[in-house]
Design a protein around this ligand. Sequence first.
Ligand code: MRU
Length: 352
Amino acid sequence: MSITNQVFPVVWYEDHVRLIDQNHLPTSFEVVEISRSDDMAIAIKTMIVRGAPAIGVAAAYGMYLGAREIQTSDRDQFLVQLEVVAKKLRATRPTAVNLFWAIERMLKVARQTVGPVDYLKQTLLETAQTINADDIETCQAIGDHGLSVMPQNPERLRLLTHCNAGALATAGYGTALGVVRSAWREGRLERLYADETRPRLQGARLTAWECVQEGIPVTLISDNMSAHCMKQGMIDAVVVGADRIAANGDAANKIGTYALAIIAKAHNVPFYVAAPLSTIDFELKDGDLIPIEERDAIELYQIGNTRICPVGAEFYNPAFDVTPAALITGIITEHGVVKPEDLIKFREKQVC
Ligand code: MRU
């Protein structure tokens, strides 16, 4: 069971970035070419590119594109103007910490690199390309570590995921879908159940699309079917991604993840969060401090061009929720799997 038709949502090509336009999938496969930092900010905000690690990679390239546009050859002036680029990119989406992580890494490289401005710019491009390439390797490691902790019975697993934490949400391979891909590669996957993920339908549009591309057996369910499926004994484990994990292991992910974790607990189904270390925000003590993005109400009241709710109703559209650490069986990282309560000790070990 080989991995074919690999998907790479963010690619540096000659002198610009190519993004798969995720708003058009699965109806059409369109590629958007981005040559300016402002256009990258729009692409992140409008979710042409989305998913925490992919947003981080896109923002890193956005920093380089912004750096390239800066005219001065004075180093101090350059750094001041690069801060302005960073500010615009930071303002795109608040929850996924990978965005801020990538921007900070690019700024740090700019500050620490010695040499003329043109050399700084070249170093920034190389750093963005490294962030891009590293993310693919990171996801493959997450996939393999995740597979090693999946239940041994049955031999062929029935996994459930929420939203899209796949190749499209990363530089390639995926975090939660990385685990699914590794299971498929090793002949250990019976089937993936994909929550449709209202309101933007990332599960139906993107996760199902990725699986179909690679021949991975996928069954779409609506978000309110998971309890029924678990009660019927149809699910062996749940694996989801994350947008930001606090130091105590509370994990923000797509809205609906928290409900899924409660349902998994009620049915004794293991619930794993798969994410790179760059998704862990050790500055935040717990999940209550994670900023939650609220998106436009149109995502709720309209499907395609059809309004599904009467004028006069009011709306609340948080894009993410926070799953308490107590509901999480383990956090699958590129360095291994850790219990949420052991995250801080785990980081200390990585640093040493
Ligand atoms: O709003 P989105 O589509 O950017 O949300 C994406 C998710 O919630 C993913 O599950 C998360 O970013 C992990 S991606 C590997």
